[in-house]
Design a protein around this ligand. Structure first.
Ligand SMILES: Cc1cc(CN)n(C)n1
Length: 326
């Protein structure tokens, strides 16, 4: 049975985390994304003008799936599209001998401009994979039957390298016990229900945060508008239309955000919520908590995930998420 671990290296401001992946004879840095289900990469089929500074997948090592294609648009309106190959993919020593690899033939500018990232490796449920005419499986679903345990874990860190594991839980990565909650995979996401919340030292949580997805591919923590409003009322922040979201002082006094999941309270340090100066050197920071307006559910992105050790577990039959403090 297989198991392995791979580094998750943060980009500036932890905007995304990139991990080394070998596809055929190509080595690329991919953004592991539990909020989508396509493994796609810059490739020899990507226009040279769109792939300056990126490592590319050389599809000559793969077997083309004739007539297959893919096209994806993410929540931030970035997107890509292209052709499909079957090729060998290795992540942290875990090998998928015939993984669907989606070679990009067109890519939006936000991907072309981010030269740290050579593509995405989707870890949501394969039910939302975009390949047509026959949907393909994610890397995790492809290797799942060969893994020691049918699970993967995520240990992201603020401003430091974290890691993903496949097939095992690294008990040295967390403190205390793991709290498991059921996952509703009907929309293809790792969706769970978060409970009460509180701001700052008063850790008696109240209210209900509600339906949420665990999404490593999203940088921030998107919460109900009322919860975001309550947080910034205590944090001395304000909604800034020009910035397109809440901002707050970068002065190190941002209060923690506490949220109950499965009856256990998890703490997001205020320092994670003073996310990044709105412009270089500014004393005003863009907020790591934003309203989920227009999304329809909460997104527990990297601002939350780097405060916990997260276990994405289908070993029990029904999918579940485990969270532990780190
Ligand atoms: C590229 C990308 C991935 C995600 C989250 N799934 N977003 C919002 N953008």
């Amino acid at each position: 049975a297989q198991s392995g671990t791979v580094a998750a290296d943060p980009q500036q401001y932890d905007q995304a985390y990139l991990s080394p992946v070998t596809i055929g004879n190509s080595q690329l840095m991919l953004d592991f994304d539990t909020g989508s289900a396509d493994l796609w990469a810059f490739s020899n089929e990507t226009p040279a003008s769109e792939s300056v500074g990126h490592a590319k997948y050389d599809s000559s090592t793969g077997t083309e799936l004739q007539g297959y294609s893919w096209s994806i648009t993410y929540g931030d309106q970035s997107g890509a599209a292209g052709n499909v190959y079957a090729d060998k993919v290795v992540v942290g020593g875990v090998t998928a001998t015939k993984q669907a690899v989606e070679a990009a033939t067109s890519i939006s500018t936000s991907f072309s401009d981010n030269t740290d990232s050579d593509g995405l490796l989707g870890l949501a449920f394969s039910s939302i994979n975009t390949v047509t005419p026959k949907q393909q499986t994610t890397f995790f679903d492809t290797v799942k039957p060969t893994l020691a345990k049918a699970l993967f874990t995520c240990d992201l860190k603020q401003g430091n390298a974290g890691s993903y594991t496949f097939g095992y839980i690294d008990t040295s990565k967390y403190t205390g016990s793991v709290t498991y909650v059921p996952v509703d995979d009907s929309q293809g996401f790792w969706s769970f229900t978060a409970g009460g919340y509180s701001v700052g030292s008063d850790n008696a949580t109240s209210g209900s945060v509600g339906v949420s997805i665990a999404d490593t591919g999203t940088s921030l923590l998107y919460l109900p508008a009322a919860v975001a409003k309550a947080y910034y009322a205590k944090a001395g922040g304000k909604f800034d239309n020009q910035q397109g979201g809440y901002t707050l002082p970068c002065n190190g006094n941002a209060p923690d955000f506490n949220v109950a999941i499965g009856g256990k309270t998890f703490v997001v340090p205020g320092s994670y919520i003073a996310y990044a100066p709105i412009t270089s050197g500014s004393q005003t920071c863009f907020g790591g908590i934003q309203a989920n307006t227009g999304i329809g559910f909460n997104i527990f992105g990297d601002v939350f995930l780097k405060a916990v050790y997260a276990i994405f577990d289908v070993s029990q039959g029904a999918p579940r998420l485990g969270f532990a403090a780190q």
